[in-house]
Structure formats: structure tokens, C-alpha cells
Ligand binder design. Structure first.
Ligand SMILES: C[S@@+](CC[C@H](N)C(=O)[O-])C[C@H]1O[C@@H](n2cnc3c(N)ncnc32)[C@H](O)[C@@H]1O
Length: 378
């Protein structure tokens, strides 16, 4: 599988994808949040507040200029998305309402799926007339309101959940609960409206299953008969598929990130598993440390990454090496593919496929040269 990386301004990169007819199935982006900060990296760690260190990226475009820039990129992203595609936009509490407005404009309000609250940190002691801020937001939209790649990732029940939701224990020690065998609605002529084993469904309701299925359940010992002769279905805790995912997620970011604002890898893994299939293409055009790209590759998806910061390129190159992917420059892009073992040792700024390249700045972020030497035509 060949992955793509564009080491410069994503607007140009997205337009190149359109020109080449490349489409993507899932987008996760975590753009700058208009914080008016410069994000720095020290020798061994990344942070936001240090006065020293190398520049990772600047987040100093503010107000309407910020929103205009983001709008253009959202429009360009929308153009390359497949008809069953989804997009997740990570944003903070100061910008979320502005960005949701933009998303409604670009994707349409009926394609709004969720505003996911992400618990990002531990509770803070904060007493400047407001509550501690421990959350940010992920806006989830789709291209179509009905044709959407959707593989919800259930989570296992906790011990407390098991006790609360499955309060009974049978003679074999198995936890279970019971649920009604009837549902609202009347079926006058059909078999689910008739007596079964001498019992009628309650007024205004019908049996959930036809009589043959009810009999099968009873024969399998999966019906509990109350003292008054009311049948209910037995559901065992050990057969539950787990909890359906909800719109509040707790995924704290790494304590010692490789790159400022690096996001939690398990959170990205969840997004990718839920909203794409193996072999699909995942785009992150604000790639930063490449968390999305690494998780996509690990999960058998093809990635397309973009970032204009040389520090991001450095971190991404190292993370790709760690998962056995080697870079190769091809036109404006860097390709990543499985490294043949005999080439592994040659990875780096001066690897043989790039003998003549002079590192050159690619954007306002490019104070330190990028290890990717693509010829940027944009
Ligand atoms: C918040 S960080 C992304 C962090 C990433 N999610 C991670 O887990 O490491 C935002 C990134 O967007 C990049 N960026 C900002 N504007 C860009 C642009 N116009 N084109 C390409 N990259 C851009 C910055 O260089 C920065 O690396």
C-alpha cells in the first residue's frame, strides 16, 4: 500500500488531489485553534508555554482571516470526499460554534452527525470566575445523510454496569436480565397479534416474534415465566456485545508528546475503526506528529497526510520508520511504503533517492528545514 504525504500548505495539496482524481473515505483534522500561540519543541519534549525551543508551528492567524482560511480548506476537503465519507473536525471551546457554522455551510446541516465532547484533561483548579475547562469538541459530519460507513465500536461493560444492567443470577451463576417479549402496535390478523401458549399480548401491543420463534426461545430456556404467567426474554450478561458508543469520550492526550497538541492515538483509532473499512483512504491535512497517519497505516488503511511545518515532517519521518514505512519523493508528494529491509539503514535527510535536494522553507512555519525535499509547485 502506498501512502501519500504533502509537505506544504494543505490548500495546494488538496487541489492536487482533486486534479489527480484522488478521493478519500475518512477525514480527521485537528487544525490550529486560533490561540495566538507559537508552539515550541525542546530537545526532548513539546510544549506550548516554554519561551525557548524550536518552533513547531505558529497558531497566530485569528478572527475572520482564520475562518476564511479554514472555510477554503473545508471546501477543498469536501471535493475529495467519497459519497459514503465522513469528516471529524477537532476544535476547542472558543472556536467550536464558528467552525460548526462553517461545517453546516460546507456539508449541510442534515449531514451533521454529532458534536462529540472530548474529555481532554484531569480536573483543574481554576477560579477565575469560570469552571475548569477539561473538554474540547469533535464535530462529526458525513457527505450523505444515509449512505455512511459506520462500524460503531462497542465498549465492554464495567463491573458496576454489569451489576446494574444484569441484576439477576441464575442457578449456574450467570448474570442476566429480562426484557418484554412484546412491542407497541397492534397486529390484528398476523400471528404476532394472537394468543401464544394461552397468553395474549397486552392491549395495544403485539409479540416481538412469531409463535415458532417464541417456542424456540422457550425450548432453549431463554424465556422467564413470572409467577403470574407473564413471559419475558432472558438476556445474559456474557452474551452482550458491550455498550454502544455515546457522544462523550474520555481520551487524554499524551503527557510527554513528541509534538505540541499531539492527540490521543486510541481516540483516533476509534474514529478510524468506526468510520472506515480496511483498504479505505484516510486524510489528515493538519497532520502534526502524524498520529492519524500512524493509526491509519496500522489499521490497514491508506493514509494521505499534509502539513507545512518542518518539525512535523521530522516527527512523522521518525514515526513512520518506527512502523516500517520508508519515504520516497515523487513529484510534490512524499510516498511512504513498506521499507525493504536492505534500505532501512539509508532513511533520513540524505537518503540516496534525494541526493541533490537542498532543504528549503515551505511556509511561514519553515524556520527549520524540512527533511522532506519534495518540489513544491504551489
Ligand atoms: C494542532 S496541530 C495537529 C496535531 C496532530 N493532530 C497530532 O496528533 O499531532 C496542527 C497542525 O496543522 C499544521 N498546519 C497549520 N496550517 C496548515 C496549512 N495551511 N497547511 C498544512 N499544515 C498546516 C501545523 O503545522 C500543525 O502541525
Amino acid at each position: 500500500m502506498q501512502h501519500l504525504f504533502y509537505p506544504a500548505d494543505n490548500l495546494a495539496g488538496l487541489r492536487l488531489l482533486t486534479q489527480r482524481g484522488i478521493t478519500v473515505d475518512l477525514v480527521y483534522i485537528d487544525p490550529p485553534f486560533a490561540t495566538n500561540n507559537e508552539f515550541l519543541v525542546d530537545t526532548d519534549r513539546a510544549n506550548t508555554i516554554s519561551a525557548s525551543g524550536r518552533l513547531a508551528y505558529s497558531d497566530t492567524t485569528l478572527g475572520s482571516e482564520y475562518l476564511d482560511a479554514l472555510r477554503l480548506r473545508l471546501l477543498a476537503i469536501r471535493k475529495v470526499m467519497s459519497p459514503t465519507g465522513s469528516i471529524y473536525v477537532h476544535i476547542d471551546i472558543n472556536m467550536e460554534h464558528h467552525v460548526r457554522f462553517l461545517m453546516d455551510k460546507v456539508f449541510g446541516p442534515r449531514n451533521f452527525r454529532n458534536s462529540i465532547t472530548r474529555i481532554k484533561s484531569n480536573p483543574k483548579n481554576f477560579d477565575r470566575y469560570s469552571y475548569g475547562n477539561i473538554k474540547d469538541t469533535i464535530l462529526f459530519y458525513s457527505v450523505s445523510p444515509s449512505r455512511i460507513t459506520w462500524n460503531p465500536q462497542r465498549t465492554p461493560l464495567s463491573e458496576d454496569d454489569l451489576k446494574r444492567l444484569y441484576p439477576r443470577v441464575d442457578a449456574d451463576g450467570r448474570r442476566y436480565t429480562t426484557t418484554p417479549l412484546h412491542a407497541p402496535g397492534i397486529t390484528r390478523d398476523g400471528p404476532t397479534g394472537q394468543r401464544w401458549r394461552g397468553v395474549r399480548p397486552p392491549r395495544g401491543r403485539h409479540w416481538r416474534y412469531p409463535p415458532e420463534r417464541l417456542q424456540e426461545l422457550d425450548d432453549a430456556g431463554l424465556i422467564h415465566w413470572s409467577a403470574t404467567g407473564n413471559p419475558r426474554k432472558i438476556n445474559y450478561a456474557d452474551q452482550t456485545k458491550g455498550k454502544m458508543p455515546q457522544d462523550v469520550w474520555e481520551y487524554k492526550d499524551p503527557q510527554r508528546p513528541l509534538y505540541p497538541t499531539e492527540k490521543n492515538a486510541a481516540m483516533i483509532e476509534r474514529v478510524i475503526l468506526t468510520s472506515s473499512n480496511p483498504g479505505d483512504t484516510v486524510l489528515d491535512c493538519y497532520a502534526g506528529s502524524g498520529t492519524t497517519l500512524v493509526e491509519a497505516a496500522k489499521l490497514g488503511r491508506r493514509f494521505i497526510g499534509m502539513d507545512d511545518a518542518p518539525e512535523s515532517h521530522r516527527v512523522i519521518r521518525t514515526r513512520m520508520e518506527d512502523i516500517g514505512l520508508a519515504p520516497k519523493t515523487e513529484g510534490d508528494f512524499t510516498l511512504f511504503e513498506i521499507a525493504p529491509s536492505d534500505r532501512q539503514s539509508t532513511l533520513g535527510c540524505n537518503h540516496p533517492q534525494n541526493p541533490n535536494s537542498e532543504p528549503r522553507p515551505v511556509s511561514h512555519n519553515a524556520i527549520h528545514p524540512s527533511p522532506f525535499h519534495a518540489t513544491i509547485s504551489a
